[in-house]
Write a protein that binds this ligand. Structure first.
Ligand SMILES: Cc1cc2nc3c(=O)[nH]c(=O)nc-3n(C[C@H](O)[C@H](O)[C@H](O)COP(=O)(O)OP(=O)(O)OC[C@H]3O[C@@H](n4cnc5c(N)ncnc54)[C@H](O)[C@@H]3O)c2cc1C
Length: 313
């Protein structure tokens, strides 16, 4: 049990269930959920928090499996006070809690192309941390800088070099909380950008289970092979295809299923536990390895603790 928490102006909630804050709707409670009022509140809290207490920043939980035993320590979730969006020339600065979709729409209205963020359901903090991308564009292509509060409560500005972006990855240290990011966006015609976003939304709905409880792609697309002359980080091989080829489209375990519409979307069909989802994911990894020799890597972040009963095979 955590006591002696520093005083805050925002909200501290003990033993807060997290399932409802994630897209997959699974997982146990956080020891403490902190929703800071503003950046000063966050800085003051982290500066005074016992350094031994783990801190986990979450966005809107669209890329997370929170395990059934919940998360020990303090989970930080940014809300109002961190979702402003400002445009200055070709620069867009957005609070980490702003949704990528809102940033894309506001940018497009001002003739700036961040349209790839329109169909990714996460926050700006999550998008930068994950180097989110689709339709050939990634955060790394447009990233300028991010303001981050370190685990010991210092406000720092990070460049792309500091974050060392790679496919669906960056190197933000554990416990550091991003509060704002700035992007340099290519120019575009607002009407055309709006049409592009409509097209992308339609394409998503046609090919992906956008209304189901998922966390998007479960596994990263496997890297290509250098024997083809291509660099190892091209992802022409699709995770959904290798899962399909292993005969696992629609495979299920408990309430978890590899979605029949898109087999790389692990889905909570209604009553899945985090353990069901993780076990099915691991089973898929094992079977894909047996059938193709490929080792799938989780794209969904799995955090927190298992419960003894649900961890049993
Ligand atoms: C239907 C669907 C479609 C998707 N399609 C795509 C896609 O096309 N491309 C793609 O890249 N992703 C996709 N995703 C995955 C997901 O939307 C992205 O990874 C998104 O960027 C995660 O943002 P989030 O706010 O939900 O972060 P969360 O899932 O809450 O967290 C993800 C990671 O980001 C970290 N994080 C979040 N906020 C902060 C912060 N303020 N400071 C520090 N760290 C932070 C967390 O600690 C965690 O490590 C999809 C998901 C769904 C459900």
């Amino acid at each position: 049990m955590i006591d002696n928490l520093p005083p805050v102006r925002g909200t501290l909630t003990l033993n807060r269930e997290l399932a409802g804050l994630t897209w997959l709707r699974v997982g146990g409670p956080a020891d403490v959920l902190f929703q800071p009022a503003d950046a000063d509140d966050l800085v003051g809290f982290l500066a005074k928090l016992d350094p031994g207490i783990p801190v986990f920043p979450m966005g809107v939980g669209s890329n997370l499996i929170v395990r059934d035993g919940g998360i020990r320590g303090v989970v930080i979730r940014l809300g109002r006070g961190f979702n402003d969006i400002e445009i200055d020339g070709n620069k867009v600065t957005a609070g980490a809690a702003a949704l990528g979709a809102h940033v894309a729409r506001k940018g497009a209205g001002a003739g700036l192309d961040l349209t790839f963020l329109r169909t990714i359901p996460g926050s700006i903090g999550g998008a930068v941390r994950m180097n989110a991308g689709c339709y050939g564009a990634y955060i790394a292509d447009v990233f300028d800088s991010a303001q981050v509060v370190t685990r010991d409560g210092k406000l720092v500005t990070l460049s792309a070099k500091d974050l060392d972006f790679a496919y669906r990855q960056s190197t933000l240290p554990d416990g550091w909380v991003m509060i704002r990011a700035t992007f340099v966006a290519p120019k575009g015609d607002p009407t055309k950008l709006a049409a592009m976003m409509d097209e992308q939304l339609a394409q998503r709905d046609a090919t992906q289970p956008t209304k189901d409880r998922t966390a998007g792609s479960t596994f990263r697309n496997p890297a290509g092979f250098s024997s083809t002359g291509q660099a190892d980080d091209v992802h022409t091989l699709k995770a959904w295809k290798v899962i399909e080829d292993a005969g696992l489209r629609g495979a299920s375990l408990g309430g978890a299923q590899m979605n029949p519409k898109h087999p790389n979307f692990l889905t909570n069909t209604g009553n899945a536990s985090a353990a069901d989802l993780e076990k099915l994911g691991e089973l898929v990894r094992k079977k894909v390895y047996e059938s193709s020799g490929l080792r799938l890597i989780w794209e969904i972040m799995r955090v927190g603790e298992t419960t003894p009963d649900k961890a049993k095979d």
